[in-house]
Design a protein around this ligand. Structure first.
Ligand SMILES: *[C@@H]1O[C@H](CO)[C@@H](O)[C@H](O)[C@H]1NC(C)=O
Ligand SMILES: *[C@@H]1O[C@H](CO)[C@@H](O)[C@H](O)[C@H]1NC(C)=O
Ligand SMILES: [Mg+2]
Length: 264
């Protein structure tokens, strides 16, 4: 019985770590890592040597946080990624795992089992907007973005729509929880319906009482309220870590790709 190469690598890495720790050298490593960490709000362009693929992996894994812009040199790379096959395949992998998980559950079927869907870059895609305005937009222009949202013409993210339909067929109810403001309720409802998200248990938009609060605080509070009402959040899908971190996140969370922007 042989170890798989990757397990063997992990085994060696663990040995090396233990050895380093016992010699005391490990204690010096955090200092080096600290020097490499961006200061709050630092531009990612502070890392000119990072390849765009490494940058994307680091943002998707929430290792680079709080970034305001995509690296200038990666604009072309990100455009090709977002508009090409890889973004779709990465989304498919997430939706597929979510479906496998949902199908594995023994559901109570009491109408209290819900799945949280974020909206932007999760249910609806703003790719037409970014394709027009660029993938390295700085600063983000909320006037132009709201004009786009208010058209109500965002397409669905097809992989999420597939998950949505599967969940409904399993008897799981859908709750949309979005950072879009209350005054975009009707345009959002119409947009969702027009692209196939035809029903939901609840559509929660960010009310004025949350103005100034982070998405993590807002979304955690609203999920807590849902659980207090007797709902059980069995799944949660979003493109931002702030959709999935915090409290009452759900039994399992699913992170869709989004290297275009970061919301805390
Ligand atoms: C956003 O775009 C509009 C229209 O092009 C422009 O007038 C405005 O100055 C921009 N705002 C910012 C903050 O760049
Ligand atoms: C969800 O998590 C709760 C708390 O850990 C657990 O009691 C429950 O059985 C889980 N539900 C499912 C469907 O896995
Ligand atoms: Mg989103």
């Amino acid at each position: 019985m042989g170890l798989e190469p990757f397990s063997f690598f992990l085994f060696l890495a663990t040995l090396a770590l233990v050895a380093a720790t016992s010699r005391g050298t490990y204690l010096e490593i955090p200092h080096q890592i600290h020097l490499l960490r961006p200061k709050s709000g630092a531009r990612t362009n502070d890392f000119p040597d990072l390849s765009c693929l490494s940058w994307r992996l680091a943002v998707e894994t929430n290792n680079i946080i709080g970034w305001k812009t995509t690296p200038e040199k990666c604009e072309g790379y990100l455009g090709h990624y977002m508009l090409g096959q890889q973004y779709r395949e990465d989304s498919e992998a997430v939706a597929y795992e979510a479906i496998v998980y949902a199908q594995s559950l023994e559901l109570a079927g009491d109408g209290r089992e819900i799945w949280i869907f974020d909206i932007d870059e999760t249910s609806l895609s703003n790719l037409p907007y970014y394709a027009k305005h660029g993938f390295g937009v700085e600063p983000f222009n909320s006037t132009l973005f709201n004009e786009w949202v208010n058209k109500g013409e965002a397409p669905s993210l097809p992989e999420s729509l597939k998950l949505y339909k599967k969940l409904l067929s399993l008897g799981i109810k859908i709750v949309f929880l979005t950072g879009r403001p209350e005054d975009q309720r009707s345009v959002t409802e119409n947009n969702l319906k027009n692209v196939g998200f035809y029903t939901w248990e609840n559509l929660i938009l960010k009310g004025s009482s949350y103005s100034g609060e982070t998405a993590v605080v807002y979304k955690s509070s609203e999920r807590k309220r849902l659980e207090k009402k007797g709902y059980r959040i069995i799944g949660n899908i979003g493109d931002q870590w702030s959709d999935l971190l915090g409290t009452n996140a759900g039994n399992r969370t699913f992170k869709l790709p989004d290297p275009m922007y970061y919301i805390s």
